[in-house]
Ligand binder design. Structure first.
Ligand SMILES: Cc1cc2nc3c(=O)[nH]c(=O)nc-3n(C[C@H](O)[C@H](O)[C@H](O)COP(=O)(O)O)c2cc1C
Length: 349
């Protein structure tokens, strides 16, 4: 039977993947406190619907960094997608294109940038800065030439978090899947990360912005302090994120960090968010709190595992339809009508 929601896709995916690969995709750092809290944070808000509004013509259309998208939902950068399904990043790109949104391609993709570019998807490139400066410069030039519209610099991963599921299972990326940035070889997530610089700082952000001439999106901001610095260092947008609970365990759920960041930014840069989004109602909650769009990591990944390109597309369509339904039932015709008045904190019992 066809799955009806993201959670059913995850259950199917868990049965299809080997234990080590499922642990890599599903898992988080240390005790996975933040991993769990990312989802729970959405349940701590209740929706306040308004009625007797004509919602016959509701639209989920949105825009980010001047790019029109059909739904305020982007595909987050996720490494090693050909491990999920042979369609890999190319299948994910076609799925994103089919629903009219942007795909962020990971630095650790297992499909080539050219193949992804050939799908014509709206695309941003997620950057981990290599230690080798020549490789770093070459990478940026290459990405620009391949038509990526923004650089998503991931800032919460100077070093890799400790993911005990992977250490226990001995998870390795199979040799037959060459990693974009590294080429062929035998890697664990940890050994692959040895090529990445732990020394990137705020001054590199401005250098990257001028060298690449691409908008810079800083992914992994969790505090008002860093959000202010992002505004001062030429970021075009930020992603409020804790890397899906895979980096520093015990940080706040990304949704809980959103209000202080919305305040601190005061409209100067666009604010995106990811972590724990599994339902259309999650999306409208993040938007009501001031995010412009959300990124989804694991949700479309489970679709990719279950049905390749078609499965990833189905998950994105389900989420899009859930967003539309939530909007209509909230009494909104457009995304821009969502506001904090649509939310109330849920009483703890
Ligand atoms: C298996 C996996 C691999 C990931 N790989 C990357 C990556 O290469 N680069 C990156 O910036 N973020 C990476 N992330 C983090 C995602 O971009 C995103 O922040 C996170 O998945 C959002 O949480 P969600 O999975 O609950 O939607 C990865 C996440 C997962 C689950």
């Amino acid at each position: 039977v066809e799955p009806l929601n993201v959670s059913e896709y995850e259950q199917l995916a868990a049965g299809l993947l080997g234990a080590a690969a499922y642990g890599f995709f599903a898992g988080g750092a240390d005790d996975e406190l933040t991993l769990a809290d990312n989802l729970e944070a959405y349940r701590r808000w209740q929706l306040r619907p308004r009625v007797l509004v004509d919602v016959a013509e509701a639209s989920t259309a949105a825009s980010v960094l001047g790019e029109e998208i059909a739904v305020p939902l982007l595909v987050a950068p996720v490494a090693y997608q050909r491990l999920a399904h042979p369609d890999g990043e190319v299948g994910m790109a076609r799925a994103a294109a089919a629903v009219g949104t942007i795909m962020c391609l990971s630095s650790f993709a297992t499909s080539s940038w050219e193949e992804v570019a050939a799908t014509d998807v709206k695309r941003w490139f997620q950057l981990y800065v290599p230690k080798d400066p020549a490789l770093a410069a070459e990478l940026v030039a290459h990405v620009r030439a391949a038509g990526f519209g923004a650089l998503v610099l991931t800032v919460d991963t100077p070093v890799l978090g400790r993911r005990e599921r992977d250490l226990r299972s001995g998870f390795e990326i199979p040799e037959h899947l060459p990693i974009g940035l590294l080429g062929p070889g035998r890697f664990t997530p940890r050994s692959a990360f040895e090529a990445i610089s732990p020394s990137v700082t705020w001054s590199d952000v401005e250098r990257l912005a001028s060298r690449s001439e691409l908008p810079i999106v800083l992914k992994g901001i969790l505090t008002a302090e860093d959000a202010r610095l992002a505004c001062e260092h030429r970021a075009a947008a930020i992603v409020v994120s804790n890397h899906g609970g895979r980096q520093l365990d015990g940080v706040s759920a990304s949704l809980d960090a959103l209000p202080e960041i919305v305040d601190a930014v005061a409209g100067r840069v666009e604010i995106l968010i990811d972590g724990g989004v599994r339902r259309g109602t999650d999306v409208v909650k993040a938007l009501a709190l001031g995010a412009r769009a959300v990124l989804v990591g694991r949700a479309p990944l489970w679709g990719l595992v279950v049905g390749g390109e078609a499965g990833a597309r189905r998950v994105l369509e389900l989420l899009r339809d859930e967003v539309e339904l939530a909007l209509q039932l909230l009494g909104c015709r457009r995304i821009a009508e969502l506001s904090p008045a649509h939310l109330a904190p849920r009483e703890r019992r």
